[in-house]
Design a protein around this ligand. Structure first.
Ligand SMILES: [Zn+2]
Length: 245
């Protein structure tokens, strides 16, 4: 279900990795930086966005390669004192579901009270196995699970602010109340919930990193490249998991 350009860029990447005879490594486009130079301290939090059954193969809205982020995130967790997990957590008949709007198909858009909404297959319904965190995600030291998108009429890609751009999830207050000023965003999907979370984090004054190889994108009509550009413009730092000490 990923967009055509995703399949294309993936193929291009695989070809270029193969042509240099490398074992496939996601560090190909990494800027030059010595490995393991960023050491998260007590004022940093790892945010693990929506690593749920719905967003991996076998789920209702699978992101290509989504499950591959799980071992990367499990390993990263050892470097963080503070970990926050999010779950997309929709009501049945949620406004973001194509089935809720007659005549609409998944990945089309519609107008909701707060603006344009991409319509998705029914996914991550509250309490379903589909909405559960991935079974191999091992984050015993995570301190908070924040659920989002649980209001029937409002979607929420961001872990901080719902799609109406007014309703706070409370996460900023939680982090600031704990003197956390830096966030490292991981999870699914890069161009939607990860990007919106990172952009809001910047807007709210957090130093913000996205750990690229701990994310995977959907890439709907070029949304992945657009999201990276928007994040770069907003001062989000794009790093790889090997940059973390
Ligand atoms: Zn959703």
């Amino acid at each position: 279900m990923a967009g055509r350009s995703s399949a294309l860029s993936r193929r291009t990447f695989l070809v270029s990795a193969a042509s240099v005879g490398a074992v496939v490594s996601l560090g190909v486009s990494r800027p030059l930086r010595a490995a393991g130079t960023i050491k998260p301290g007590p004022a940093s939090a790892l945010i693990v966005v929506d690593v749920q059954n719905c967003f991996v193969d076998g789920g209702t809205l699978p992101v290509k390669g989504g499950a591959q982020v799980v071992p990367v995130i499990n390993k990263l967790a050892g470097s963080f004192e503070n970990i926050v997990v999010t779950q997309d957590w929709h009501t049945p008949g949620h406004a973001s579901f194509a089935t809720t709007h007659s005549g609409k198909k998944p990945f089309e858009t519609t107008q909701l009270a707060y603006g344009t909404q991409v319509l998705w297959p029914d996914h991550c319904v509250q309490g379903s196995d589909d909405a559960a965190l991935h079974k191999d995600l091992k984050l015993p030291t995570a301190q908070l699970i924040i659920r989002k998108g649980f209001r029937k009429e409002v979607d929420s890609y961001s872990a901080f602010e719902e799609a109406d751009r007014k309703t706070s999830t409370g996460l900023a207050g939680y982090l600031k109340g704990r003197n956390i000023d830096t966030v490292f965003v991981t999870g699914l999907a890069t161009d939607f919930c990860v990007a919106w979370t990172a952009l809001d984090a910047r807007k709210l004054g957090f130093t913000t990193y996205v750990i690229e190889d701990a994310t995977r994108g959907i890439d709907l009509n070029g949304s992945l490249a657009a999201a990276w550009k928007q994040m770069a413009d907003a001062g989000v730092k794009r790093i790889q998991s090997s940059d973390i000490a």
